[in-house]
Design a protein around this ligand. Sequence first.
Ligand SMILES: Nc1ncnc2c1ncn2[C@@H]1O[C@H](COP(=O)(O)OP(=O)(O)OP(=O)(O)O)[C@@H](O)[C@H]1O
Ligand SMILES: [Mg+2]
Length: 254
Amino acid sequence: MSFATASPTILARGLSKAYRSGSREVPVLRGVDFVAAPGELVAIVGPSGSGKSTLLHILGTLDAADDGEVVLAGQPVAQLRGEALAAFRNKMIGFIFQFHQLLPDFTALENVMMPGRIAGREPRELAREAAALLASVGLADRQEHFPNQLSGGECQRVALCRALVLKPPILLADEPTGNLDPASGETVFRLFLDLQTQHATTAVLVTHNPELARRCARLFVLENGVLRAENTRSETFGTQPPPSSRTASSDGPA
Ligand SMILES: Nc1ncnc2c1ncn2[C@@H]1O[C@H](COP(=O)(O)OP(=O)(O)OP(=O)(O)O)[C@@H](O)[C@H]1O
Ligand SMILES: [Mg+2]
């Protein structure tokens, strides 16, 4: 199967999402627009319950919006279903979940290797790369540990390695430093930056850490179902999009 290889970019238009519980409807997203150019590192902050995870899941094709569209690397994701969608996700997106979601019956190394196994990669080379990634986040001696033998922050670092192992063009990270001490958080953030430098990865980082958020090229705040742009410090990381790729959402709500 071939996918669009042109600029891996995230484009979302008019995303709306409400959850229903009984007769009540809880609106979470109200017409969210979002664009990330290739190689950009974008942060999203917002109060707990404001819909950051919901938005990230929709951008990552793990959930569907009630309204609006998501286009990843030129591919409208609504056109993909079943196996085609799963293969697209496996190849294009590395997802770091807020609650890591490691497979409990597999070791740290096996968890990191999983996306590569699904993609049919050669196991020995894959194992070497997975081991190198674990070593890069300080877990060289935890490869054979199962998730219940790891701390929360260690599980989070394993989940980061799992998201990176196929070097996906798009990385979506839901509070990847939430359980980490400052030094490990910095390691994880640096890995993000390395990946971008090497592979022009487009990354969206949901975080409650305002300092990390301000170091991203662009910063958005999700509040009351609306995403708005905030200014970041001048010393930022990740490439800035060319002016032509900026939309109303890049510079503020339309
Ligand atoms: N499956 C669901 N059914 C009903 N309501 C849900 C569901 N998932 C999320 N919600 C509600 O939607 C809102 C947004 O949830 P979401 O997890 O996206 O928030 P968040 O910004 O990621 O919060 P946090 O910072 O605490 O992780 C919350 O009020 C939550 O209670
Ligand atoms: Mg969340």
